[in-house]
Structures are given as C-alpha cells and as structure tokens.
Write a protein that binds this ligand. Sequence first.
Ligand SMILES: [Zn+2]
Length: 380
Amino acid sequence: MKKGGVYFLVLAISIILISCTSNNNIIKEERRIKDTTSYKSEDIESINKIEDFIKEQEQYIIEKNKEKYMETLSKDEEEYYWEKIHWFDDIISSDIEGYSLEVLKVEKVDDLKFRAELLQKYHCNEKDYSLKYANIYRIKDNKILDYDLDFKTFETEHFIIKYLGKLQLKEWLCEQVEKGYNIATGNYGQTLKDKTIIKLYDDRELLRQSVKLSFGWQFGGWYEYPESIKFLKLKNFTDYFKRGIAHELIHKLTIEEAANNMPYWLAEGLAEHFSKEEGIGDRYQPSYELIELEKIDLENYEGNIYDYYESSRFYVERMIEAYGIEKVKEILKELSEYGFQEKTNGEIYLENNKKFHEVIQKVLGTTFEEMNAEFSVDQI
Ligand SMILES: [Zn+2]
C-alpha cells in the first residue's frame, strides 16, 4: 500500500463470525527457564538483548507511545505494519489497564532469527485476559525488529498463506482459496492487483488479541484494509470457507475503491452480495429499516449477527435493482473523493454515514430518508 494513495482499511468481520463469549484464558503460569547450555556467548548476548527489547516494547505499550512502538516493528510486510497501527490505535482509545508482556523464553532459530515465548496480560471491560504465544524477532543491520507471530508460509496463484502450528487439509485449502478468488472477481468483474495474504490462527483468543485487545467477543475471521485476511484454522471441510474468502476479497476491492469512506452496512452488504455463488438466491426479509441499520455499532452489537449481515445485503441488493451496479460503483468512486480514511471502520462509521448521505444526493439525486422510505419493506 502506498501511504496517501487510495488505501483505506476496512473492517470486515467475516461471515463466519462466532459470537460472543470472551473468556478469561486461564493458563498455567510458567517459570522462566533459560536453557543456555548449548549457546555460544554471542548467542546469549543476542538473547539478552532481545529480552531487553521486548521489555521496551512492553513499556511503550504501557505508556501508549505509538511512535516508539512502531519503530520496533519490521516494515518488510506492510500488512503486519498496518495491523499493528490499528492494534495500537485501539490500545490508545480503549480502556486497557494493567498491561504486561512477560518473556517466558527466548530461543535461537538461526544466527539472526529468534523465537520468544511471551505471556500477555491485561484488564479490559471488567475482564482479566491472559495469553501465551510465540513471536519472532530478527536482527537486521545490527538492529532488533519484531517480525510477527511464528508463521510458516506457502503460496498459491493469488495468495500468500501463513499459518500457525501444523496444517492439515493443505491441498483442499489451496483449492478453496482460489475458488473464493474466482467467485469474488467473477461476481464483481474486477481482479486484484497483488497477491493477498491470509493468516490462519490455531487459537481463537490469539486471533482476537491480534486484532484488538478491546474487542468484546471472539470471531472466526477478520479483515481490515490494508491488513491480511485472518481466519481461524479449519479442522473440518466446510463450504463456507471459500465464501468467507470471497467476502473478504470483496472488502479489499470495494474498500479500496471508496478509500475507506463507506458506511459499515454498505461494506458488509457488498461483501455478502458479491460473495454469493450463483444459484444461492433468497429473499431475506430485513430485521431493520435502513435508517436503523446504519446506526448500529457492529463491534459492540448484541443482536443476532446474521440479521445485521443479511439486512445489509438486502439493502445493497435493493440499491443494485433500483439504480444498477454502475451507479453503486459510482457512489464508491465519489466516496473516495473524501481522501483515504486511515482509521478503522468501527471508529469512523458514523462519519462515513454522513459522507454516504452527501454522495447519494449527488449521484442518485435522493436523500437518505427518501432511500430509506423507498426500500422500506412496506413498499416492496
Ligand atoms: Zn465483512
């Protein structure tokens, strides 16, 4: 992504969201054991430096010093850097207390690569959280940098897939992501310029804490432009996976087109509509009027998540029927005129609603209230 270009981020919770229990991950505390018997003195020196480096990271997080924290991260992968920008913005704006990041163990992988086992703890929204995970650090030009979780990587035609732990179903997965790509690009009529990074997690709590520490519930998938697409690793074959991939790819395409200025419901409605495979047609009756739907704060929503997604899709489909897809794409293009919105959709959806009201007046010659009345279920 080029900063300042038409890049945005969006946020998009995938259709395989899993509701609402955030539990206190009680884990067994481990005593810190440093097995240095097989290490040379320079290795031990590097390990000590990495431990100090992680303590500095912890301090920057406690102080909410974003600038210093961002300097500790590798920029080799822009997706990771953006994930951490959004992750840190959430720490700044939310009520995180008692944060600590304890180093349990640091191991040498090779002369310049080290793996640290960490214990992250904090308090938020009246809950205590505790999570053990492993992170990679590398020494580059005599400088230590944080290189993300301990992912292994392989590529397909249109994706770079990273995963934690062991991967089963690899062949099936390669096939499904490419099917998802074909559904999204075929339906929307546009291809993606670069390969898309997918990260597969083996722990639902690690996925949640990797996205936002303040998030109130655990989910099965996440995408926010220009981050990687994140999914919980699948244990079984499921047909939903390729649609989930298609859903997130539609976010990537449309959010970029609108420079991240879309209302939340519009982003989700487009992703749901264009990730449908042919023949999966239905006539869902929306649970909300459009005017109600746009006010919902999805990240703190306590209703049925499927009602939100299906209602969003319903209104996008009404728009396409009434005005045609070209007009809908024109709306996205007009939204991009507001410039790239760097924050996450959860933070700026109310602002984006206002932009949408202005743009439909210009592109469709209608007010939002008129659109609401036009698409009201009573009128159909
Ligand atoms: Zn979504």
